[in-house]
Design a protein around this ligand. Structure first.
Ligand code: CA
Length: 292
């Protein structure tokens, strides 16, 4: 069905990604990866601000003290929101100059997970890492092509993961005490005609919401039956990620991209790169986990 979407803020990103709802501030945060910008839109006052990372920024998460953990191409850092001061945390790919970090999030126990990819999208060149409280780095999955969507089902101790070029969602058993994952299995297959799975979030019923790159939509899936339950069309081909936010966590925020579109395509998709929201989308999510 066509989504009753709104455009949150009159701005288009080259590669909008990684929306995260800051429930303490009632702000939606997202990144423009290739321009290195972190955007924040404060819903109660309808004001926008942005932070310049002076680097590429693959993803940003929140910390328990209200600041950012960000995946720059120069490493994973803590970033002070007031003064932009940066403190290095880890840089597992410091020797892989052909790679950059991509999607990532804090997990239910406050560790930070972040994946990587080749800048040339070379197959199997990336990995998924877990960074613990002591800043130790653990490679969780290797030979990843484009590391993307991450979601945890806290009730069932599951971890869901998307390596975009596989066109599937994997599930793992997740141990919140150790952060380990085990027993990988395919739970969802995205048909080729629906584009590629990119970012992902989970709702309060354990269903997965997936952004379709080159698929013009977000969709809701049951990971236990593998079935698509709902889909919402959007006015941009490259839909990149989604998260729940707003009052009651019932609004779905959706990022998009204009990277790689021709002038003609941009004319047809003037909102490509915008942040969309579907208010009261029919499901609700969780406040984001925070790194600590
Ligand atoms: Ca992505």
């Amino acid at each position: 069905m066509p989504a009753p979407y709104e455009i949150v803020y009159d701005h288009t990103c080259l590669l909008g990604e990684g929306p995260v709802w800051d429930d303490q501030r009632q702000s939606i945060i997202w990144v423009d990866i290739l321009n290195g910008h972190i955007h924040e839109y404060h819903e109660p006052t309808q004001t926008h601000q942005s932070y310049d990372s002076h680097d590429m920024v693959g993803t940003v998460g929140l910390t328990r003290d209200g600041n950012f953990i960000a995946a720059l191409s120069n490493g994973i850092v803590l970033m002070d929101r007031k003064n932009g001061r940066i403190q290095p945390v880890a840089h597992p790919e410091s020797t892989l100059i052909g790679n950059r970090y991509n999607d990532g999030k804090p997990d239910p126990s406050g560790r930070f997970w972040v994946g990587s990819m080749s800048l040339k999208e070379e197959k199997g060149a990336g990995s998924l890492y877990r960074i613990d409280h002591d800043h130790s780095v653990h490679r969780m999955i290797n030979k990843v092509s484009i590391s993307n969507g991450l979601a945890w089902d806290v009730e069932r101790n599951l971890f869901y993961y998307i390596d975009t070029l596989t066109s599937v969602v994997m599930a793992y058993d997740y141990d919140p005490a150790t952060g380990d994952i085990s027993r990988p299995r395919v739970v969802i297959r995205i048909p080729e005609k629906e584009g590629y799975p990119d970012g992902m979030t989970i709702d309060s019923e354990g269903k997965l919401w997936i952004a379709h790159w080159a698929g013009w939509k977000v969709s809701r899936w049951d990971p236990f039956s593998g079935r698509q339950l709902q889909s919402f069309s959007l006015p941009a081909a490259k839909i990149t990620s989604c998260c729940f936010g707003g009052q009651g966590l019932s609004d779905l925020y959706i990022t998009s991209a204009r990277k790689g579109l021709s002038a003609e395509q941009i004319e047809q998709q003037p909102h490509a790169g915008a942040l969309f929201v579907i208010r009261n989308c029919g499901s609700k999510g969780f406040a984001p986990f925070r790194y600590h």
